[in-house]
Design a protein around this ligand. Sequence first.
Ligand SMILES: [Ca+2]
Ligand SMILES: [Ca+2]
Ligand SMILES: [Ca+2]
Length: 215
Amino acid sequence: MKKLILFGLILGLCAGQSFASFYFSDNFDSENSGNAMLDYDDFTNWGVSEGSVDLIGNGPPSTTFPFDFIPGHGLYVDMDGTINPKNAGTITHTFNLVENGTYQLSFYLAGNHRNNDYEQVDVKVGGPLGDLLINKSYSSTGNGLGQNVGFTLFTETFNLAGEGSYFLSFSGFGGDNIGLLLDDVTLVLVPLPATILLGLLGLGVGGLKLRKSLK
Ligand SMILES: [Ca+2]
Ligand SMILES: [Ca+2]
Ligand SMILES: [Ca+2]
């Protein structure tokens, strides 16, 4: 029995390590060869629909392209584009689930840095059955993303299970081509701590002992 427990402990620790899977991350910095572009629609990981978004940042403000409001973050996305100001854009990343589990989505949003109008970004994660696992709005009032507020980290945790196509989307809001700014989107499989596995193992061993003693 001692050997079995030791083996279980090692197995549990190894499993705890292997669960720390990195899944998806995008800081937008390598888009368009690192150059900002208004109404950008050629994202590596995202499709653009329902209007447009701007790829901005990556350098000191110039007179011709004065749109790096928060220097030091490479490129990032203005969720309300330029040509189609009455229809702020949606960017969507689709992916096939590799592993069931609890996932954490994190991203940074910042104020529009140009006017004090109400701004909003809707974040959705959808499953293969049409179900929404995340459906949440972040706004310049409810989340304090006022005009000149810098990038703020937001995280959401949810469960993904079952094969099929999932999507993650961010939708801008507005009609004045000025929107909230988005950067550093990350989706990771939350590690199942080794301690939990060991606890489960302990329960299993305890159950075995109980069964034996009841016989
Ligand atoms: Ca960036
Ligand atoms: Ca814009
Ligand atoms: Ca706006």
